[in-house]
Design a protein around this ligand. Structure first.
Ligand SMILES: [Cu+2]
Length: 126
């Protein structure tokens, strides 16, 4: 009986030791990079009498998507690219076009006096 009582604590110790060493778990994290194919949408604020931002950039052959939010009735016009979209008050209007040539173009509101008052900006196509 004396031997048994000595053995029990020994067994318990070895079990504890084994438990500690096996406690290490290697965690493998699989990081899958999801390719973001969502095209960029440019947000423009249109008000009397300005566009914000005043300069936007685009690339030749790539579709440009602009969400124009207007506080009053305005429009978004680019003569060279045949863009002329009404942007009603209180709404966000999507304007889409694909520039085919590089250059610097003026976008503006064609309502009488608005461009002259400062409601225009620059589209840079590279
Ligand atoms: Cu306007």
């Amino acid at each position: 009986m004396k031997r048994l009582s000595l053995l029990i604590p020994l067994v318990a110790l070895t079990l504890l030791g084994a438990g500690c060493s096996s406690g290490e778990t290697t965690q493998k994290t699989n990081t899958t990079t999801s390719s973001t194919t969502t095209e960029d949408v440019i947000a423009i604020e249109s008000k009397a009498f300005s566009f914000t931002p005043k300069t936007i950039n685009a690339k030749v052959g790539e579709k440009v998507m602009i969400d124009v939010t207007a506080n009053e009735d305005h429009n978004f016009t680019i003569d060279e690219l045949s863009v002329a979209v009404d942007t009603p008050s209180g709404k966000t209007t999507r304007v889409e076009f694909t520039p085919t040539t590089a250059g610097t173009f003026t976008f503006y509101c064609s309502l009488p006096g608005h461009k002259a008052a400062g409601q225009f900006g620059t589209l840079v196509v590279e």
